[in-house]
Design a protein around this ligand. Structure first.
Ligand code: AHR
Length: 661
């Protein structure tokens, strides 16, 4: 046992918790390859209760301070947590929503009955333009949920045209009359919502074809490319995922997953420890769901091209007494904060497949960030979890291995500790941890592999009572505080997580990167070996004899090629000027792969039309071995290899960066 380990264990032996074995979290920064997509921190806003009306939209003439009808206080709070993406207009509402009723002069817009949510009259005063104005004010990307259940292919196709086209067309002329000259360029589009339920009660086989059909006419306009998100499974409906991936996996970019933790009979703050346990147990099932749906998706899509988008998740209780049962208004307690932290840790740890998640919902509905009452606004414990976790957005995921003691209640148990970690583009290491046990504190020994830490700072969210919450009369009961009890020693951190607490640590320091290579006499260009033959995947070049070998300035398909049925392997060194995280891209037709330092960074293998894949690696300044493999199997031929990194916008890899010896 190393000296520091003895020292560390001695500290724990002397504490009041001497009999408790510390939980171990190993933070391994040795293989930093995948970014935590910032859209995991996405939100959802539906025409439901007071989410849109009252919570966001107050119209232009009311006393509540607003900009273009949108509440200033709510927007300011949402900007603070860096909301990256917002899904709208539903939910179940989306499959009854006819977007053309929500454009043009507000006084002329037809109304409808919101049959899903309280049977209230929807006057359509908040529509496409208002939603996109909201996204502009927050600084987030919009995500439209299209109507498949009661709409038509033409209607959805025209919505995409109205929003994304810059051509002159009937749709764009209407848009211009409504005050918007240029397209907005909305990327994310859902093909229906819960098509297995409120969105049409379809069978998986039927919906798989509908997704292909509707998706076909959701066109790309110019550079405005549509990212098509099909309706995915309800919780553990693995057959739905299997059918969708088999029948329509090749036609979509994302598959959604909806999963809620319910305690229907009880309001959000009315529970005992069994109620706490049940909700957290149900929340932690997200780990199993994602693992199993991912395994099915991997069978059909080993490159993980299709993203899993958890575009509805959260806790769902009985509504607050005296409120409309159709409005789903609930309070938000420390239990919800712990549930949110567990989910976000799970999403971070599965970020190779989970590339968006949208908590339900943003304001005044279900597990909300914000509650409003007339001109008053409060921030919930869940809001503060999003605030503490926002540091993970677009940071490189760091592998965490947890050995956790159990949280035991009666004859049931759960792992007490949940955690995830990432390294941001400033090189800071962020570790988020949660102790789900409402009664016992948990000593933690965090070991850092390949990260030299120089300082640690932290924030904590905790409470004395399980059902502690913020109210309009007492808005600051649960809010984050400074946490200075983490002790840093060499490659370790010791801390104790109080009962029911969430801690976010920020460590300054540096990643121990593998050294760059020293080249004695670097010469410009890379070695290019040309092969002929028929392949469906990149061949194993070592087992083949090249037809010729030459030097290439860049990764460009040699002009002198047989037209079809050939392959090329480039090898050499890339010169990196600055330590940091670099993303490589290969846009190819047919397959291409890129390795750096002997690691497969981009896998765009297989026979296909032009498509781009990317991958990230952290590199030290200096020379690094790089190879690019490419094969052509008939039809078009394309190969563009580009990269981006510190101080470097995405660009084709220039000849000045490529060398051989
Ligand atoms: O978020 C509330 C509802 O839950 C959504 O409208 C629906 O998609 C889901 O069932």
């Amino acid at each position: 046992m190393k000296i520091w380990s003895i020292f560390t264990l001695c500290i724990f032996a002397l504490t009041a918790d001497a009999q408790i074995k510390p939980a171990s979290i190993i933070i391994d920064a040795s293989n930093l390859r995948i970014k935590i997509n910032k859209n995991i921190y996405g939100q959802f806003s539906e025409h439901l209760g007071n989410c849109i009306y009252g919570g966001i939209w107050v119209g232009e003439n009311l006393k509540i301070p607003n900009t273009n009808g949108i509440r200033n206080d709510v927007v300011a709070a949402l900007k603070e947590i860096k909301v990256p993406v917002l899904r709208w207009p539903g939910g179940c509402f989306a499959d009854e929503y006819h977007w053309q009723n929500g454009i043009g002069p507000r006084e002329k817009r037809p109304s409808m009955i919101n049959t899903n949510w309280g049977g209230v009259t929807e006057d359509n005063s908040f529509g496409t333009h208002e939603f996109l104005e909201l996204c502009r004010q927050i600084g987030c990307e919009p995500y439209f949920s299209g109507n498949v259940g009661s709409g038509t292919v033409q209607e959805l196709s025209q919505w995409v045209e109205y929003v994304n086209s810059d051509n002159s067309s009937p749709m764009t002329e209407i848009r211009k009359k409504n005050g918007r000259d240029h397209s907005w360029g909305v990327k994310y589009w859902g093909i229906g919502n819960e098509s297995w339920g409120c969105g049409g009660n379809m069978r998986a086989e039927f919906y798989a074809d509908q997704a292909r059909r509707y998706g076909t006419y959701m066109r790309n306009y110019g550079t405005n490319k549509v990212f098509k998100i099909a309706c995915g499974p309800n919780g553990s409906d693995y057959n739905w995922t299997e059918t969708m991936m088999k029948e329509s996996g090749g036609f979509i970019n994302g598959l959604s997953l909806h999963y809620y933790s319910f305690a229907n009979q009880k309001t959000s703050a009315d529970f005992d420890e069994a109620g706490w346990f049940n909700i957290i147990q149900s929340t932690l099932k997200m780990e199993e769901l994602i693992t199993k749906h991912t395994a099915i998706m991997d069978k059909y899509d080993h490159n993980k091209r299709v993203a899993l988008m958890v575009d509805e998740w959260g806790t769902w209780y009985a509504v607050e007494p005296g409120t409309n049962p159709g409005f789903l208004f609930q309070q938000n307690t420390m239990r919800d904060a712990v549930a949110a932290a567990c989910n976000l840790n799970i999403f971070n740890n599965h970020c190779d497949r989970v590339r968006m998640a949208n908590i339900a919902q943003m304001v005044n509905v279900l597990q909300a960030m914000i509650l409003t009452n007339e001109d008053k606004m409060i921030l919930t414990p869940t809001y503060y979890v999003f605030d503490m976790f926002k540091v993970h957005q677009n940071a490189l995921a760091v592998k965490t291995t947890i050995e956790s003691p159990d949280y035991i209640l009666g004859n049931q148990k759960l792992p007490a500790i949940s955690s995830s970690a990432s390294i941001d583009d400033q090189g800071k290491l962020h570790i988020t941890m949660c102790n789900i046990d409402p009664k016992s504190s948990q000593p933690i020994l965090c070991s850092l592999n390949k990260f030299n830490a120089t300082s640690v700072a932290g924030r904590i969210l905790t409470a004395k009572e399980m059902n502690a919450h913020n109210s309009f009369s007492d808005p600051n009961v649960v809010s984050p505080k400074t946490f200075s009890d983490a002790k840093l020693s060499a490659h370790h951190i010791n801390l104790t997580l109080p009962p029911m607490s969430i801690v976010a640590l920020e460590l300054e320091g540096s990643v121990e990167l593998p050294p760059a290579i020293e080249l004695k006499e670097p010469k410009s260009g890379v070695t290019c070996k040309y092969y002929e033959g028929q392949w469906s995947f990149i061949p194993i070049f070592d087992s083949l004899k090249a037809k010729r070998t030459e030097t290439a300035e860049q990764f460009i398909i040699p002009h002198n090629n047989s037209g079809d049925n050939f392959a090329v392997q480039y090898s050499g060194y890339i010169k990196i000027l600055k330590d940091g995280s670099y993303t490589f891209f290969a846009n190819s037709d047919d397959g291409a792969i890129v390795t750096v330092d002997g690691e497969l960074v981009v896998d765009n293998d297989g026979q296909h039309a032009p498509q781009e894949e990317s991958g990230t690696i952290v590199l030290k300044a200096g020379f690094h071995p790089i190879t690019v493999g490419f094969f052509q199997a008939g039809g078009g031929k394309v190969l563009d290899v580009s990269m981006e990194g510190p101080g470097m916008q995405k660009q084709i890899i220039k000849k000045e960066m490529l060398f051989h010896e």
